[in-house]
Write a protein that binds this ligand. Structure first.
Ligand code: FEO
Length: 169
């Protein structure tokens, strides 16, 4: 059985992950509106991953006998000045999520909740991967700046991303 403090923090994280899904869905639509369909595909995959993260927390809480009380999901932004501005926001957002995951891990350690520590390990590694992949795109966008041919080349690369359901556990 999960302790009250841990249950509250894990339930909060479901909301954060669902919000992340909303943010990336909003960005998908933005990228469609500026005819960058490869970026839009990348965002759809990112949104699917976030929703899967939320479900991973949801399933874990239920598995541990916790009752999930869902909260309101905040409204994400819907406009960005440029793709670079959008990716700067993504990087800041993922850094915030990393801090939240680390905070959950700190709590699991304090509470001596070994099962939750093992569960969170996957998210610690996932955040390293997420920051690295977002950082890669961000660097390319900084190099490209406002060069439209560079942007279309990157768009073709972004189109290749496919969603893979994260493994259970
Ligand atoms: Fe679920 Fe992008 O972290």
């Amino acid at each position: 059985m999960l302790k009250k403090k841990m249950l509250k923090a894990l339930t909060r994280q479901i909301n954060e992950e669902m919000y992340s899904g909303y943010l990336y869905l909003s960005m998908e639509s933005y990228f469609h509106s500026i005819s960058l369909s490869g970026f839009a595909t990348w965002m759809r995959v990112q949104a699917q991953e976030e929703l899967a993260h939320g479900m991973k927390f949801y399933d874990y809480v239920n598995e541990r006998g916790g009752r999930v009380i869902l909260d309101t999901i905040n409204r994400p932004d819907s406009e960005w000045e440029t793709p670079l501005v959008a990716f700067e926001q993504i990087m800041a957002h993922e850094e915030k999520v990393t801090a939240l995951i680390n905070g959950l891990m700190d709590l699991a350690i304090t509470e001596q909740d070994h099962a939750t520590k093992i569960f969170l390990q996957w998210f610690v590694s996932e955040q390293v991967e997420e920051e690295s992949s977002v950082g890669g795109v961000l660097n390319k966008l900084r190099l490209i700046q406002n060069d439209s041919s560079g942007l279309f080349m990157l768009d073709a690369e972004m189109a290749k991303r496919v969603f893979v359901l994260p493994a259970k556990g």
